[in-house]
Each structure stands twice: as C-alpha cells, then as structure tokens.
Design a protein around this ligand. Sequence first.
Ligand code: ZN
Length: 489
Amino acid sequence: MDSTIIAPKPSTDTLLSNILAALISIQEDQTKLRSQVEEYQRATSTEDTVEDKIAAASSATSTHLSQSQQYSDRIILTTYPGQMGIKPIPLHWGVTDPLTRGPVVVSRHPSSIKRRNAIGAYGGSYCVYRALSIAIGALPANHIPDYGLTAPPVSFPPQPSWTGKAIVSMDPWGHMVPQLWGKEIQEEKMDLRPSIAITKAHMTIPEIEGAVQAGRLKVDGNVVLNAQGELKVTKAAIEPVWYLPGVAERFGITEGVLRRALFEDTGGMYPELITRPDLKVFLPPIGGATVYIFGDPSTIPDTTVPLTSRVHDECNGSDVFGSDICTCRPYLIYGIEECVRQAQEGGNGVIVYFRKEGRALGEVTKYLVYNARKRQEGGDTADNYFLRTENVAGVKDARFQALMPDILSWLGIKKIDRFMSMSNMKYEAIADANIEVVERCPIPDELIPADSRVEIDAKIAAGYFTSGQVPTEKGLADVKGRGWDDIQH
Ligand SMILES: [Zn+2]
C-alpha cells in the first residue's frame, strides 16, 4: 500500500470536537424536524385532521371508524435516543430469567411507544397487511388482542441453550409472552404480542397414505392414526426476532455494517437502525419458520431418545404444486416418512420448514433463472446450474444457514441421529452450533424426478453430501434438463 495516501491519525481533541459538531448538527436537525411536524399538524388541524382524512378515505371502502379508533393526531418520532419521555424497557438478551430479560416491545401503540426496546414490527412479513387493514378501516389501530385460551397445549420449557448466545434470531420466550407479562398487557394495556405459537393437529399427505398402503409405514393409532396415513403432529410457528449484536457476530461482521445494510436495502425503512444504537433488537419483515414434531416433544432434549430431522427451505412450486424441476417435495416427504418411522420406534421426528423461497432470493428470481437455464447455449446443464443464479441475483444462495440452528437449540436438540439433508451449509451450521449429527441421509435415487437431476448433481459437485459418486466436470455437462420444446403449454 502507498503510505503517502494514509491520512495522519487525528488527535483525541480533534475527535472530540468532531463528535461534538455531529451532536450539535443532530440536535439542530431534530429541532427543525420537530417544528416541521408541528407546522404540519397546525396546517392539517385548521382543515381536516389526519384522522378525518383517513376516516373519509376508509369510509369509501369499509365501515367508518371514529377518530378514537384511528391514530392519535400527534405523530411521535422515536428516531433519536434520549428524547423526552422515551424510556425503553431494559432488554437483557440471553439472560436466564425471562423477567430480568424483559419483554420485546416494538409496538407504537400509545401505551407502548415510550417503552419500545426494539425496531421493526410484530408479525414478520405480515406487519404490512396489518397496516393495510388499519389504513382501510378494517382494524382499529388501538385493537387489544384477547389471548385467553391461546396458550400452548404442550409445554416447551426453558432449555440451557436459551441462556447465552445460542439463540439470536428468535425470542425463546416468544410462546409465553401473555403468561410472563400478563400484568403489563392487562393492567398497563401494553401491546405485547407472542412471536411463537404452538398447537396440535392432524395431517394427511397422499405420499404418506401411499407409504401405509405399500406397507412401509404401519398404522399404530398413535403416530399414524389410520389406513389413510393420518398423522398426529405438534407444531410451532415462529416469527423472527433478531438480536443484532448476536446476528452480526454469527456472520463475522460488525453490528454497524449489519445495521447499515439492513437500513439501506430496505429502502431506508427503519431509520432507527442507524439512529438508535441503544435498541439492539430488530423484528425484520421477513417470513418465519414452522416446526412439525412427530413423537413426544418433551423427550426432544433427551440425547438417549433417537431423533430424525429435516431442515427444509420453502420451495412453493415443488412443495405444494408438484413442479418436477427440483427434489424439494420428494425430499421433504421422504424426511416426513423417516420422522414418522423414528417416532413409531419410540424416538422423535422434527421437520423445520423455513420461509426462504428460492434460496431466499424469491420466486421471481427463481423463474428468471429457470428461463435463463433453458435458453443458455447447450441447454439446461448441471455444470451451469449455479452460474445462471449468480448472473441474475448476483449471489447463488442467500439462505446463509448461520441463523438456522437457533430453532434446533430452542427445542433443546443436542444430537441429531439421522439428518435428512445433503446440504453442506446446513450441516456445517449445525456443527457450529455444537449439535452432533450422527448420520447424514441423502435422498434415495428412485425419489429424484428425472428433470431435477440437473439440480441435485450440481449441488453434489458443489459439496452436498452423497453416499454415491461425485460427478466430474464432464459428467455435469452431460446432465441435461428439459428444454422449452418439451414443455407444452
Ligand atoms: Zn425446489
């Protein structure tokens, strides 16, 4: 490096005066902003109030709501720390006692806004639909949920992993919010919402019925209830809650870099990421995950009880609609069948389903890639599988499994006897979380749809686990998917 371009180190005095100048400028900005907001409020109150305008707009589409059911006429900005009356409830992430840890408060309801200790909104990606419901007058802005009768039917007690840094992307106490902070919700009317919900259900899947008919699974009246392959399941829905210092550490970056990227690439949607370094928790507007448990959930942390597990990332086209360009649904169903078998043998089966569509790049990117794969010279071949994704998205995979093991840690999993995945990224992330994987189980060849050979061979060549042969470069070029001519629309 050319030493002449390095600026001399500023003295402590220069640094302090720079910081002081920055603080004065922030203060001036804030005063300016406050007077602008007040001016706006004065201007609107001489004509219609904001509420009148919203109510007038909503009355055209829905039931007319009174002013008291909409937002207050003062817009409270919480952008800068140390504002008058703003006193976040202390949040001590990773401590053992939940009451010392404190509730995650992210709501801007009048009873909660001054005590907010998190950035973002409850509800993951659905917060936007909730806002829309309020905007059109379908939902009162001050709605207070009734959590009576909603408690989990199965106990998910605290695990040692709930203390410390093993969990940084969800709130381990998220299913117990109404129970732990009932006083705050009922007496202080605070808007605290659960970020985890647990329930029990039955499920039927045609392939599982097929497995029963073929004699691969037996009816036991407990896990498999009947000849139609009806399964008994306990399930948990989980919304993301990110502890930013912990998330940054997991990816080996600074909290500042993480905050800046989240701010910039959500269109500046959350200024508090930049201006409120005192708020360490962020509820991102992304999809969450669902856990499906076959067997007795209370024995999951017991390492003497065998556990089969698959961690699956959403692929709507295959999972739900049966697209045959990838192995997603066949592998998922194979995972479920093996989980059910393990539960029938006295163990447990755990499927974790993440909303990370199209390698967390989304379905639009995915379809663009499908088109490019089919149109490229030589057709859709395994050797160019990742290249096409990189050309469109700039990155071949955005799932970055580093946060994934949090859910396994939340369940108290320390060992997976049979891991139903070939992904090296998932395997390495689980190993980094100090969870032992005894056996890795690839998808059996007979379950791989012909057109998805391109995907699976490319993945194996890139490092996915296989008990068979790793394809050579020449071999990959020979693995070819369906072209346009084969698809009749
Ligand atoms: Zn797929």
